[in-house]
Design a protein around this ligand. Structure first.
Ligand SMILES: Cc1cc2nc3c(=O)[nH]c(=O)nc-3n(C[C@H](O)[C@H](O)[C@H](O)COP(=O)(O)OP(=O)(O)OC[C@H]3O[C@@H](n4cnc5c(N)ncnc54)[C@H](O)[C@@H]3O)c2cc1C
Length: 124
């Protein structure tokens, strides 16, 4: 395990939501770290054909789209980490985030993980 690294913003999740957040944060100069987790690129990577993405007329393969979304975030300075987050400690600032490979302290945290219909409970 390497030394704890202190960052300004850490994003948990390497799907469209996580990378979109990371892209805007990177463009704003926050040098975010985006921890992608076990499902690198997110669920959209498994779509054979995405026809409804804004700015993408026609269809694009989901894996290609995910790669483009990641590339755009990285272009602006986001850093990606291919670990899982295994522990978060939010009781004190900066927050402590442990991944399967590294410990981070982060001033801010965006959580963009596990968007499945089963993981979201909408009250009636
Ligand atoms: C087969 C399929 C086809 C689809 N086709 C379309 C389509 O054509 N058009 C459309 O609009 N939508 C489609 N969707 C839906 C679309 O993929 C999702 O709405 C979208 O991926 C949600 O993005 P997200 O970033 O919120 O979450 P997700 O894509 O679910 O990403 C969650 C991220 O969180 C990460 N994560 C989870 N736990 C941890 C952890 N402990 N540590 C670190 N990271 C973690 C995962 O690794 C993943 O990278 C499809 C979905 C599937 C499964």
């Amino acid at each position: 395990m390497s030394a704890t690294e202190h960052v300004r913003l850490l994003v948990i999740g390497g799907g469209p939501a996580g990378f979109t957040a990371a892209m805007y944060a990177a463009r704003g100069g926050l040098e975010p770290v985006c921890v992608e987790g076990y499902d690198s690129g997110g669920q959209i990577s498994r779509s054979p054909r995405v026809e409804n993405f804004p700015g993408q007329p026609g269809a694009i393969g989901g894996a290609d789209l995910a790669a483009l979304i990641r590339e755009q975030a990285v272009q602006f300075g986001a850093r990606t980490v291919f670990d899982d987050v295994v522990e978060v400690e939010l009781t004190a600032s900066p927050f402590r985030i442990r991944t399967s490979g590294q410990d981070f302290l982060t001033d801010a945290l965006i959580i963009a993980m596990i968007a499945t219909k089963d993981s979201i409970s909408i009250p009636p």
